[in-house]
Structures are given as C-alpha cells and as structure tokens.
Design a protein around this ligand. Structure first.
Ligand code: FAD
Length: 312
C-alpha cells in the first residue's frame, strides 16, 4: 500500500510429493534479480482417488499431491530474506486445525496469509466444508482477524496474545464461476475486505480492460485496499482451451488467433510473452500496485517479462 512504484511478485506451487525443494530454489533464484516484494505459495487440498486392489475391487484413497506449503514459505523466507505468503484454504480444515496452522505460521515469523475457500474437490460441483470448518473465505478471514484481536477459539480475551497477520483475499475481474452476477460477487468481495482483508490478488486475466473495470467497480463499492493484478504468460497451445475452462476466464480473440497460428512451442511462448509484456506495460502506466505472476513454478517466461520492467 505504501509503494510509490509498481512492485514485482510471483506465485509458486510446492513440489509434487517425492520431489525435492531444489526446483523451488532454482525458480526463486532465477527471479531474485528482479527484487520480488513477496512470493505466494499455493495450498493444495487433499484429493480422493480410486485405487484398484489386487482382487479387482476399488478403494478410495486420500492423496495430498503437493504438501509442504508452510515449510516452502519458511525455507524461502529464511534462505533469501523475502516475505512469503502461504495460501490457507477452508477445504479440509476444521476451525481448530486452522488455528493450529496459524500458530505454526506466527512462530515461524510468517505474518502474511492469502485466505481462500478452495475449489470443490472430487469432481463435486458444490463446495463442501470440512466438519467444523468454514464454508466461505470470509469465515476464514474473520477467524484470522479475530486472532489479530487476540480472540482465540477456546480462550477468554486477555488470556492470549493477538497475532499480526496481513490478510489477502481473491478477486475475480471476470466474476467467480459460482456467482450469479458481477454485483453479487462484488458484495461478497466487499464483505471480505470489511472482515479484515488488507489486499486483493486477482485471478489471471488476459484483457486489461477486465482488470480496469474491476478496479473501478471495487472503488465504487468502497474498497480501498491494493488490488494486485495476476498475470499468466500463455505457455502452450493447450492452455488456450484449458485456462478458460479451469479458471472461468476468457481469452481475447486476438491472442487466441495469434496462439493458434503458431507452429511450434518457441513461437507460441513468444506470443505469450509478448502479450504479457503489453499487458504489464499498460498496467504499470496505469499505476498497478504490483505485477503478480502465476509462474506455475516455471521461471523462464516470467524472467524474460520481468527483465523488461524490473531489471537494472
Ligand atoms: P469465496 O470468497 O468464499 O467465494 C466463493 C464463491 O462464493 C463466490 O462465488 C462468492 O461470490 C460466493 N460467496 C462468498 N461469500 C458468500 C456468502 N456469504 N454467501 C453466498 N455466497 C458467497 N485454490 C486452492 O485450492 N489453493 C490455492 O492456493 C489457491 N490460490 C488462489 C489464488 C488466487 C489469487 C485466486 C484468485 C484463487 C486461488 N484459488 C486457490 C482458487 C480459489 O480457492 C477458488 O477460486 C475458489 O472457488 C473460491 O475461493 P475464494 O477464496 O474466492 O472464495
């Protein structure tokens, strides 16, 4: 909020279970020269998969494919001295488990959290909270805000100390997929800010007009916190269809046409990078507080884009 120029930040995923953290360090080190203000680390809900027994029957097995959000955050923070922002989700956590996770974070000196609901799991169309857990991100934001005021779950105020978390919330320039319309989505976003979120990070978008309209609508609704645009350089032809489907976003026709006209991966990557560079230039010219890159733990394209704006 205090920055006088557009900052640089990025999001990474914890490694797949069984892989070392070295790949994460390589990604971070590739982007260190651009002076990241913070690094987000996603949280991945436990998925239930079906496995076949030797007798042919099937059992359902819970699988946590990418554990380690908290330790990746701590490792980066203490290895490189950069602020990290762990994503905390409602899915799979009771209120008590959430409180315990927040204790771990505060003991580690991590005082930022991105508070999210999480997506429905197991192919469900509707989100199901854990037993004793939260149904919406706002409930999680309220819990963290309560801790910031010294209100712990099973203690009297005065017995406990307040925490000092800075809380981020997700925003959707093209509307969240489950919202009936933009104005209902905006009401829910405003409620998250009123509940204590101090900044918004947006879903990825490829048309800056969507972001500019969203920022105007937020300001008109009385939201004054920084609204950080999420940028994703297109990296494969497959993403032309996968990204809109997965994230309920749209791709401008001009970008789709250019991507589909490419004949190989390097050409496609160039289209993606050039598009992001144009987006970033316009966002900086319009005083975006920070450019936040969805790296998907790959640094090459983001490095090239960041060099254009954040290199020495
Ligand atoms: P909410 O703010 O709870 O909103 C969910 C839906 O419910 C919206 O349609 C909203 O309008 C509606 N709603 C909100 N409050 C109410 C209410 N009181 N009554 C009725 N309806 C309501 N997912 C992960 O699993 N892990 C991650 O690390 C992760 N990182 C993300 C980072 C960013 C920047 C973004 C944009 C998304 C991320 N997601 C992540 C995905 C996110 O979990 C999903 O988009 C999820 O479906 C919604 O999360 P939310 O926090 O926006 O939920």
């Amino acid at each position: 909020a205090r920055a006088d120029k557009t900052l640089f930040s990025f999001e990474i995923l914890p490694p797949k279970k069984g892989q070392s953290i070295d790949g994460i360090f390589q990604t971070v080190e590739a982007l260190l020269p651009f002076n990241p203000s913070f690094i987000d680390v996603t949280y991945h809900a436990t998925q239930v998969i079906e496995k076949q027994n030797t007798d042919g029957s099937f059992i359902k097995v819970p699988v946590h494919k990418r554990p380690g959000t908290l330790s990746v955050c701590a490792a980066i923070k203490y290895k490189y001295g950069i602020d990290t922002v762990p994503h905390l989700i409602c899915s799979g956590f009771s209120r008590d488990e959430t409180e315990d996770a927040l204790v771990e974070l505060s003991f580690l000196g991590i005082d930022n959290v991105m508070a999210l609901r999480g997506d429905p799991v197991g192919g469900d169309s509707k989100f199901t909270p854990a037993s004793g857990g939260h149904s919406y991100a706002i409930d999680l934001i309220r819990q963290v805000s309560d801790l910031n005021q010294g209100k712990w779950l099973h203690h009297e105020i005065g017995e406990t100390e307040p925490t000092d978390f800075c809380i981020g919330a997700a925003g959707y320039p093209e509307k969240h997929s489950e919202s009936p319309n933009i104005s209902t989505d905006m009401d829910h976003l405003k409620a998250k800010i009123d509940a204590g979120a101090g900044f918004i990070v947006t879903q990825m978008f490829f048309d800056n007009e969507a972001y500019f309209r969203f920022v105007d609508a937020c300001r008109a609704a009385g939201i004054t916190v920084p609204i950080i645009p999420g940028i994703k350089p297109l990296a494969t032809r497959g993403q032309v269809t996968v990204l809109p489907k997965t994230f309920a976003i749209s791709l401008p026709e001009e970008l789709t046409r250019a991507a589909m006209a490419t004949e190989n991966k390097p050409d496609l990557r160039k289209v993606g990078i050039d598009w992001s560079v144009r987006q970033c230039a316009e966002l900086i010219a319009n005083d975006a507080p920070c450019l936040h890159f969805y790296t998907m733990s790959r640094s090459k394209a983001v490095k090239q884009i960041a060099a254009t704006f954040f290199g020495n």
